[in-house]
Design a binder for this molecule. Sequence first.
Ligand SMILES: [Zn+2]
Ligand SMILES: [Zn+2]
Length: 554
Amino acid sequence: MAAPVTITFLGGLGEIGRNCMVFELEDQLLLLDCGLMFPELEHLGVDLILPDFTWLRENADRIVGCIATHGHEDHVGGLSFLLREMSFPIYGSALTLGLARNRIEEAGLLSKTELIPVEDGERRQIGPFDIEFIPVTHSVPNGFATAWHTPQGVIMHTGDWKLDLTPVDGRLTDLARIGAIAVESGVRLLLGDSTNADSHGHSRSERSVGAVLYDLFHEHRGRRIVIACFASHIHRVQQIADAAIEHGRKIATLGLSMKKNVRLAREMGLLHIPESAIVDIEDVDDLPPGEVCVISTGSQGEPMSALTRMANSQNRWIQIGEGDTVILSSHPIPGNEMSVTKVIDGLVRLGAEVVHSGIEDVHATGHAKAEEIKTLLSIVEPQWFVPVHGEYRHLVAHARLAQAMGVPAERTLICEDGDQITITDDGIAKTGTVPAGYLYVDGIIGDVGQGVLRDRRVLAEEGVVVVVVTVALEDGAIITGPEIITRGWVYAPEAEALLDECADVVRQAVKELFAEAGEPDVEALQRTVRRAAGRFVNERTKRKPMIVPVVMEA
Ligand SMILES: [Zn+2]
Ligand SMILES: [Zn+2]
């Protein structure tokens, strides 16, 4: 019997974001990514969402490190939180580590980790794990697929990937090496990126976006151009810069992460913009509009971003007006559509001409679509298949693709966050579950908790009714109140009669409780007050605000 390998999925299976899984061999654990997820409107006031760290915390002494497949926040953004509680080295390409480093440094946690760069094609031993790092093309440079050479055969994880035969930096997804591994040793298990598994066809080459941008710059000559994209999308930034320079423009960056990433990528030789083509954002007003190109953050309509501030006329440097063309070189991530629409609306209101992915092909996805996935499956021919990285429907679509390409249905496992699978000589099976709920972060407080969010939702949708009453416990005499205070339930000045009636109902309920129960305690009184007020409010207004009883004993 060869040693078993267990994989625990902590995030990214059932959602886009907070990708995190853990490989286990000979009692040692190695993480693959530790990302965050951005909240949606329903997560009132939450800043970001992390994987549940409970299981990692309980097994911290067995963790030998973390591999970062690439530098996107949904893969590395959780590290600065996890490193508060434990310490381990992080392995990735130099750029991935450079991008991950920012947040870890901000959190003052660099001393808790060692950042260990890995080269394309390198094979490295980390604890008991023998891992090969295979180049893949994606919407951030220098990402990796990984091949885990284990006693149970090769486990291949695609990372976030696409097939782009003409990538901007010439670094191709290394299908040749993947194919060689498949031929030499076979692939026991493939874990594949499902993000675009339900999109037919083939993703466009990133380079095709460059051609569209070039034409746009030509068409909009003489006007100032502001263009927003992901700050980590170095290849997009390169193509924007190339188009701008060819049209005699100078480039300014706007937004802290754009500034940092452009500097980092230039230092690493991954982004080529001559110093003479760069101008400070403070100086763009000194140039004629037709000689300026501002590359900005905020392509997802993030509330505090440079572009959103521009749309609200609140940006310190750029005042948008009729002479401006704003290009959103991006596509909204599911959940961000409304914010992006609002930003576009704001920009148009200010007189700008706005170009987005619904009008021109100013964006290409970084994730493989169905035809690319099928190509990979035909090369890898995995014995077993588990779709990862996607919402549930993406996982199911991906599983179907695998089956269409010859992986038997009984060897296609759909797993979700919290599932553990174990690979033994006999095959692969689900063997357990661990906690994998959402860890909400609001401000600097981790774990706001499901209860807090439930309360916020009730408060937001129904309001609150506070009932204050002072009761003498020995005889049930009401000394003060009941006073009814409300926010967000009814408009108080017009509802005085209703509040009086509610007070009467509560008074009556207290009286009845003492008649029935003799000498009730404060908790029983609170329950009675809550129930009486709640029933009244619901019957009279068909609403369910939060009822907060405040019972004081005299
Ligand atoms: Zn990614
Ligand atoms: Zn991703």
